[in-house]
Design a protein. Sequence first.
Length: 374
Amino acid sequence: MSTLTAPESGPMVLSPQEVEEIGRRLDALRARITADLGRRDREYIYSIIKAQRSLEVAGRGLMYLGLLPPFWLAGVTALSLSKILDNMEIGHNVMHGQWDWMHEPTLNSQVFEWDLVCPADQWKHSHNYIHHTYTNIRGRDRDLGYGFLRIDESQRWYPYYLGNPVYAAALMLLVEWGVMLHDLEVENIVRGKRNWSDLRRLISAQWRKAGRQVLKDYVTFPLLTGPLFVPTLAGNATANIVRNIWAYTIIFCGHFPAGVQTFTEEQTADETPGEWYVRQMLGSSNITGSKLFHILSGNLSHQIEHHLFPDLPANRYQEIAPEVRDLCENYGLPYNTGPLSAQIGSVWKKIFRLALPPIITGNASRPAGVIMTR
């Protein structure tokens, strides 16, 4: 018998038959959407790429008028939106293999490279493999705290965590660099579990990729604007920071608000496909918003659906979300969703609370959960 924690009072018991029925229904949903992929999906991703490129051209062009504050601000806005679309709705989703079915070379997950300092292959290892395989399993999913944040009550408190809010704020501003360093597993180097000599290939690739990005945004494009070098440099840096803050906000709202659950290795040992699906639903959260908001989030505002079907085109998540929510309600499972303000407020509240020792905050009691009998 395994127990998965859910934000409900009292245990909810799911039989093996119920768990596997959940799995079969989600498999059927996936198969239906996969069979329906076609023209409208192609038109969608091509329209996003066109918008991203148009915004980048506009942003770079407006920097030539950067001495005038309205044009500088317009340039930064366009460039920020371009980078958000490139990283969230295009890069992240392409590298999940969501568009491989199109057989379009520029949208192939194996060769795609994004406008970020982190090499794509390293991100695919730490994110696609580690995070999506071991979602919210303590000790396996390194996205739980990223090796330096206390984000779950089960993490033992140390005085170091008094700086939790500061570390989180720094990550928010510099998240692309945090993403780059993630696959190095710095915390394991500090603990002596990994040697620097093992990391030469990773570091070499990071140096090359980060070097190209820094050269592009902070040298080449500013130089192209001649006497406007400084305003352009400042504009590019601001656009990167805006993109970082947005990406951090969407990522944290999808993984760490109140009600999102974590699991032990024992609970998830010998997991069946149905149990894997249930874990994804309990370990993720959504954000409500407009169609434009969902696009700018890379549709990661539907994090539950993304964790269930990471390689389905993200433009379909909004379409299938009502069915997933109905499925949760039918089986008594929580469907964690809410507006951006509520979700990010919940995240920051947790970050501040977990910075303090349990003797001050008290030991948070874990709810009875979902019991899956075997």
